[in-house]
Design a protein around this ligand. Sequence first.
Ligand SMILES: *Cc1c(COP(=O)(O)O)cnc(C)c1O
Length: 392
Amino acid sequence: MKHNLSQDLEKKFRSSAPGYWASKGVSEEEWNSHIWQLKNRITSLSGLEEHLVLSEEERNGVILSGSKLAMAITPHFFNLIDKEDPNCPIRRQVIPRVEETWEMDYEMSDPCGEDSHMPVPGLVHRYPDRVLFLVTDRCASYCRYCTRSRVVSGAGDQELDTDYEAAFRYLEEHTEVRDVLLSGGDPLLFSDAKLEKILVRLRSIEHIEFLRIGSRIPIFLPQRITPELCEMLQKYHPLFISVHTNHPRELTSEVKAGLERLANSGIPLGNQSVLIRDVNDDAEIMKSLVHKLLMCRVRPYYMYQMDLIKGSSHLQVPVAKGIEIIEKLRGHTTGYAVPQYVIDAPGGGGKIPVNPEYMVQRNDERVIVRNYEGRSFEYPEPAVSPDPILDY
Ligand SMILES: *Cc1c(COP(=O)(O)O)cnc(C)c1O
């Protein structure tokens, strides 16, 4: 995977300017319009082959993807593909491969057990005080390892079928819910007006303190992050946005500008990465990514072990690799740059943190811990003085 590595480690914010598309008659104005980008997504084999020479594995993957998870790639994101590199980390994320039809017996169509935690269609209530609200089944582009491929893109055999009214009523009745995470699909694919209606309704519920949106639109379609969208969103604070970036090359100058517009609207930004084989399963790549994220004012939030979604075996990375990456970040670079590595437990156990072992030994008297350089230190447990009242 060391193709173009030096460029990826440079930490430059390159432009995804029309370039090649301009030579096909696309104007700057069209390119900068998110409507044009959406209308001109690459969604078919012939469309893809107009721009790129495919391998047999990819060709067959594209043909077979029609009944699973659709292919869609915005011209913006497509422009980041290095056409000379068959293993390009951008290419691997969005172009189907025939390996997607391989299924391991431990792989699942609903790896996080969401369907069994839905009190209302489209609303996942797994944790005590927060819910995941799946507001749409569409994205600007489709990640080939999508954990929700069973319902996303309209190609699979299951439908999302979100019942908005029932979801709002559930939230009104469940006063323990103080945090609503809008996801999908990608909520920022909605028009400003449609998204605002949802936010207004949620803000009318007094016990909901905190709103967040999970979106890859700032990465796939930075043109959508308009000043008007930002102006609308900032009326509904506290509102956080979690973006999804996996590789430093995704952070272009356009993406950076969009993220800055969101940050300037007072929206704290986090990033969720998924560990993907031959994309970011390398400590140097990951370090370059998290540094670039901080330069875009995005705090790395989670690094996910890939869910055991059907047809993902060619993209899976061993947990040992994930631990090694965290070990090479923690202490070696800015604490803000280090995400929490998690496994979303198969079957619905939720996100579980996975950490390198820093505790060497622990008993009532002392703990022995090691630092990022491997040196051990003793921390004596403070003696607990007897309670003067209870201890007579
Ligand atoms: C990830 C997730 C959340 C949010 O989890 P945090 O750790 O608070 O970010 C909430 N509900 C569901 C079902 C989730 O999968």
